[in-house]
Design a protein around this ligand. Structure first.
Ligand SMILES: [Zn+2]
Length: 115
């Protein structure tokens, strides 16, 4: 009797489809790492940052590093904040904002968003 339905604490492996424990980080069958299996539904909502929002924040509030905070790069954001009086973060933030707006979504998520 092979169980085709996963139990409450089980789910399907994303790679081989084998039923594995939800807590399992790596599928014991195929060895593929499971990326936050339980939060799969929220994947886009939680980790995906809006490129347009980040770009506009960079252009308008780049001097305060707001776009860096938005992207989860808090350490960088604080550096921007500390140097906002020099005017340099304003220029850098502006340029970064433009880069965000012109980058592809995939490139943006890969390169600029803190995971
Ligand atoms: Zn597997």
């Amino acid at each position: 009797m092979a169980s085709a339905e996963p139990a409450a604490d089980e789910c399907f492996c994303k790679s081989c489809g084998e039923i594995i424990k939800k807590e399992a980080e790596i599928c014991p069958k195929c060895g593929v790492r499971q990326k936050s299996a339980s939060s799969q539904r929220q994947k886009f909502a939680s980790s995906q940052k809006d490129r347009m929002t980040a770009g506009i924040l960079g252009i308008l509030l780049g001097s305060l590093g707001i776009h860096k905070f938005y992207l989860g790069k808090n350490a960088l954001g604080i550096i921007y904040l500390c140097f906002c009086w020099t005017g340099i973060p304003t220029i850098v933030g502006f340029v970064e904002g433009i880069i965000y707006l012109f980058a592809s979504d995939e490139e943006f998520q890969k390169k600029y968003v803190e995971k």
